[in-house]
Design a protein around this ligand. Structure first.
Ligand code: ZN
Length: 120
């Protein structure tokens, strides 16, 4: 299980709606404890059915714990491309699907196995 601030969930929901029909993508930042407390927005390319993070721009301060991105359809399970990113970029990964409510968010570990999220 992973803990995440409710305000972060709300930000993800809003951002995904805003860039739709493109994909929203961001990194997740943690605080002192193993809790997601903020979005770490990086220069990213948004596109229809593709998004890419500039891996070279990820800060090396151990604050980044994973990623979040949106799917324009009803499916919030990881694609094979997502699984590659998951294994390379941190231990917790969120996917939000249309219509981008907080309840449309699913969390996965680096192996693509679904994990529970607890809002704090
Ligand atoms: Zn995806």
């Amino acid at each position: 299980m992973f803990r995440i601030k409710e305000t972060v969930l709300e930000s993800i929901s809003l951002a995904a709606q805003k860039v739709y029909p493109n994909e929203f993508i961001s990194m997740l930042g943690k605080g002192e404890k193993e809790e997601i407390i903020e979005l770490v927005v990086l220069p990213a390319v948004y596109g229809r059915n593709f998004s890419s993070i500039r891996v070279d721009l990820i800060p090396f301060d151990n604050k980044v714990v994973g990623t979040v991105h949106s799917h324009p359809g009803r499916n919030n399970n990881p694609s094979s491309g997502d699984l590659k990113v998951f294994s390379a970029l941190g231990k917790i990964h969120l996917i939000i699907c249309w219509p981008f409510n907080i309840t449309d968010i699913k969390a996965f570990d680096r192996n693509g196995k679904e994990v529970k999220l607890e809002a704090i």
